[in-house]
Every structure is written in structure tokens, then in C-alpha cells.
Design a protein around this ligand. Structure first.
Ligand SMILES: [Zn+2]
Length: 354
């Protein structure tokens, strides 16, 4: 199980948790725009600023990082020395954190699961998955929606089997730029089962003092990125460690492979638990996000192993449609069933009776 519960005891204990000084601050709407700007050259050793600008004109819409993350990963794992964020990952974290701050639940903690690849002493983050609206959170802790996390990870990893869960980012309402003792108790159990027995942990705070370079991020320390008043502080924790170590953060060109989920996030949350169960029980189930009748649509395809037929379920807004795909064409099922697992089993039953 991932470390999904955070900060039940945010105060820390016994001096084992470092609490840096920082000023509290509030967020302004301008950060929606600011979150889309770039890292300056002196603060992003992995790519030059001019090179980044040239690249961004067209690179963000193509699958640059497909190249990155399909590369053969063969070097043995070493203790983590840095976390590398795809630039889209970094932007998504900042933009969604800014949006969260201005939402009705802005005073609560929130978070993201990080998927990516381990390579030698690096963790390369290539996908973010939000905690989900089903999270249980207040000002002191956040517990992620595990059904949503599991299903979202399944969809993202469907075409990228090498992605593993690298760690978790979560936010703190004040200026504690370090995981709390409550965080530690959950994280230390989780990292023992991770690849390399280490995990990456990011802490988001809204406590930076903007330095006047509007729209440009800066790194007050190698493990801290700030943009406006938003800050993400990065740490690594290994099995047996008594405390987190600061983890240097770098930026590289790359996608957020989880961004495709955002347009169908409501549908994903509505059906995640039932879709998870179906995917566990039936062979060859696949999911896609496709253009629908009105909006992006989550689809599930279940091969039924005869004459290349398959059941297709389309989840678009509140609608759930069932179809039978055959080599001769597509047949629409004439029943309504919002519970997708029930609907699929109804179709399988109908087909078996023929
Ligand atoms: Zn925490």
C-alpha cells in the first residue's frame, strides 16, 4: 500500500524532524499564469533556458518523453542523489497547487502520487496523479483516494509498463517545508517495499517570498523550487533511515503522462472502484481516453475471445453506453446501467446465452 495518509501529527516530535523557518503567505490569481513559465538557465542545469524556449514551441505537444522513458534502464540502482521532473510535471504540480489554493477546499492539504523511472542515482518523474476529490483531508492531514489512485495508475501504466511509483507530494498549510513525524511513520513502512528501498517525497508550501523576478522560478536551496509564493521541497527517505535527506531537484524536458486523465477525471472518480475490479477479474481489459459525443470520454474494452469481438463501454459525463464490437461493425446495447461492472456482466451473460 502506498503511504496515503499524511500529517496526522504535523507538530513533529523529539527533534527528529527539521522545521525550517519561512514566512507564511497567501496566493494571488496571477500564479495560474506564472505556473506556465520556465526555469532560468542558471537554475536548471539539465537544459539551457534558450534551448528550452526553442523546444517548448512545439515539444510539449509531441511525446518527447516517450523517448526519455522508453530508454533502456540498465544501470544498477544507487542511493538517490536527485529527482528529475519532466517540465510538464513541474508545471502541473504548480498549476494544480495554485488552483487548489483558490478552491473551496484550499485550506486543506492535498497531494499527488508520482510515477516515473529509477535510473542509477536518479528518480525521473514522468506522471502525476492527483489525490482525488474523494480524498479525506483537513488542515492537518490528507488521505488519498486509494481506488482512484489505483485505477489512474493502471491507466497511465497501460502503455508505459516501466513506470513505477516513485513517491508522493503533499502540501502543508503553514510553512513546514519538511515531512512531519506523522509523515515519517507512514513513509518509512512504505519505502521498505520500494524499488531500491527509497522513496521521493515532496512538500508543497505557500510561504516563499517572491524575489521580484515575475514568472521565473528560483532555487533557494538545491532541493527547493519556488515560483511566486509556491514552494516544493524535495526529500528522499530510505529503508532504515532515521530522517529524510534533502534531494536535489532538476528539470528536464518531458511530459506528465498523467495529464491525459484530467479531462475525464470526474468519470474516473465515479467508476474507478468498479473498473478496478473488472480489470482484475477479466483478461485483456484496456482503457482509452477518446473524443466523445460532447466531451473527452473514458472507454473500456473487454475482449470476449470469440471472432474478434469485444465489449466496449463508453463513460462520457453521466452517461454510460455499452457496445458490442464485431468484425462486421458496432452494435449498441439497448439497456441502461450506470454500474459498469454490472453492465459488462449483463452483456457477457446475454452473449453466453446466445
Ligand atoms: Zn506532511
Amino acid at each position: 500500500m502506498p503511504p496515503t495518509r499524511y500529517d496526522s501529527e504535523i507538530d513533529g516530535e523529539g527533534g527528529t524532524i527539521r522545521v525550517p523557518d519561512a514566512k507564511a503567505g497567501r496566493l494571488k490569481p496571477a500564479f495560474f499564469q506564472a505556473a506556465k513559465t520556465f526555469w532560468p538557465e542558471e537554475e536548471s542545469p539539465s537544459i539551457g533556458f534558450r534551448e528550452l524556449l526553442n523546444e517548448l514551441g512545439f515539444a510539449l505537444r509531441r511525446k518527447v518523453a516517450t523517448r526519455v522513458e522508453t530508454r533502456q534502464i540498465s544501470a544498477p540502482l544507487a542511493p538517490l542523489r536527485k529527482v528529475v521532473l519532466g517540465d510538464e510535471v513541474s508545471r502541473v504540480l504548480l498549476a494544480e497547487y495554485a488552483a487548489h489554493q483558490m478552491s473551496e477546499r484550499g485550506t486543506e492539504e492535498t497531494g499527488w502520487v508520482l510515477l516515473g523511472v529509477r535510473r542509477a542515482d536518479e528518480a525521473i518523474v514522468l506522471a502525476t496523479i492527483p489525490a482525488g476529490t474523494g480524498r479525506v483531508a483537513d488542515e492537518g492531514h490528507v488521505k488519498f483516494d486509494s481506488d482512484v489512485q489505483a485505477f489512474a495508475s493502471r491507466v497511465v501504466r497501460q502503455g508505459h509498463k516501466q513506470l513505477t511509483m516513485l513517491g508522493v507530494v503533499h502540501t502543508h498549510p503553514g510553512s513546514l517545508r519538511h515531512p512531519s513525524s506523522g509523515d515519517y511513520r507512514g513513509d518509512i513502512r512504505w519505502v521498505a517495499n520500494q524499488k531500491g528501498q527509497q522513496g521521493v517525497f515532496g512538500i508543497g508550501t505557500v510561504d516563499a517570498t517572491p524575489d521580484g523576478k515575475a514568472g521565473i522560478s528560483w532555487n533557494p536551496a538545491p532541493n527547493v523550487q519556488c515560483l511566486g509564493k509556491l514552494c516544493f521541497s524535495w526529500y528522499v527517505l530510505g529503508a532504515g533511515d532515521r530522517n529524510y535527506r534533502p534531494l536535489a531537484v532538476e528539470l528536464s524536458i518531458g511530459p506528465d503522462l498523467g495529464s491525459c486523465l484530467r479531462p475525464i477525471w470526474n468519470e474516473l472518480e465515479t467508476h474507478a472502484a468498479r473498473l478496478n475490479r473488472l480489470a482484475q477479474r477479466l483478461n485483456g481489459v484496456t482503457f482509452e481516453i477518446v473524443p466523445g459525443q460532447q466531451q473527452p470520454t473514458l472507454t473500456m474494452t473487454v475482449p470476449i475471445g470469440e471472432d474478434d469481438k469485444a465489449i466496449r463501454v463508453e463513460m462520457e459525463g453521466k452517461a454510460v453506453r455499452y457496445r458490442l464490437l464485431t468484425p462486421d461493425g458496432t452494435l449498441a446495447a439497448d439497456f441502461h446501467e450506470d454500474r459498469v461492472d454490472v453492465g459488462v456482466y449483463l452483456m457477457l451473460s446475454e452473449l453466453a446465452a446466445r
